[in-house]
Design a protein around this ligand. Sequence first.
Ligand code: AMP
Ligand code: ZN
Ligand code: FE
Ligand code: FE
Length: 300
Amino acid sequence: MSILHTNTPLKPAYVDLHIHSTASDGSLSPVEIIEAARKVGLRAIAITDHDTIEGSVEALQHQRSSGVEILPGIEISVSFDSGTMHLLGYLVRLDDDLLRQSLKVVQKARADRNVQIVERLQDLGVDIKYDEILEVSGGGQIGRPHIAHVLIQKRVVQSFDEAFNKLLKKGRPAYVERYRLLPAEAIQTILRAGGVPVLAHPFTLNAKTEGDLDRVLADLKQAGLKGVEAYYPSHGPELTACYERLAYHHGLLVTGGTDFHGTAKPGVHIGIGRGNLRIPYRLVEELKRCAATQSSCPIP
Ligand code: AMP
Ligand code: ZN
Ligand code: FE
Ligand code: FE
């Protein structure tokens, strides 16, 4: 058949580069995520689980039959005093020894912290056991959303938001600190594994002004950062434009994703977030170019 007479419609190709699976605190397995992505017609996805590559490992084993391209991914929580900093790593080599070793250390710290959170809740008078958290986690990395899930089941709170706002977030009575990699350590770990480090959802840094964020980005760029997640469900048009501007200013690429967690983040849908996200495949090509050159990134 001639290329001019194919039945394949010429559709714009969209992607979702920020998705959580049951390997961390998402409610769908990697295979279920691929199926959901195929159904909505996404061309490529990245499963970016908290502090683990197991979601990506499993997804890549099922990529062939699905027609959805899978980019290896991870989301690492790093230390940052005045807010929450997460770093996404794209196209990392999943068998990289250093990456695996670093993740083992943070996974142990996370596991210890989870036990301590349950103890804090018990001290606060909540009838909760660690085994109940294990049960809802499905065997993956346990995170605070699993604890929130059990608190909702037990009617201690009504929603995930209430669980975080009353008990689990920084400054609340059941919040427990844990060891995290420094931002520069996570960036270097991703780079050494052949990946592209990207600052996730910059609004969670709680930067007061564009100038403050500009300074954080300058430091991160110095440490090897390659991109900024500009397209995200809770970034309105002004924030998105601000992040695009800052990325351009620092010679960083832009990425986007929904942070889909399934039932753990009600109202956020794969590919489209709260309905208005459309992330073009072009960004994946830029990530690939960046991974291939490593030392420098194309300016979008
Ligand atoms: P952890 O990885 O255990 O530190 O938990 C942090 C994760 O909890 C974040 O990455 C989000 O996925 C989730 N989270 C944070 N705040 C909220 C919230 N208010 N409602 C629901 N989920 C949240
Ligand atoms: Zn999460
Ligand atoms: Fe995050
Ligand atoms: Fe996330």
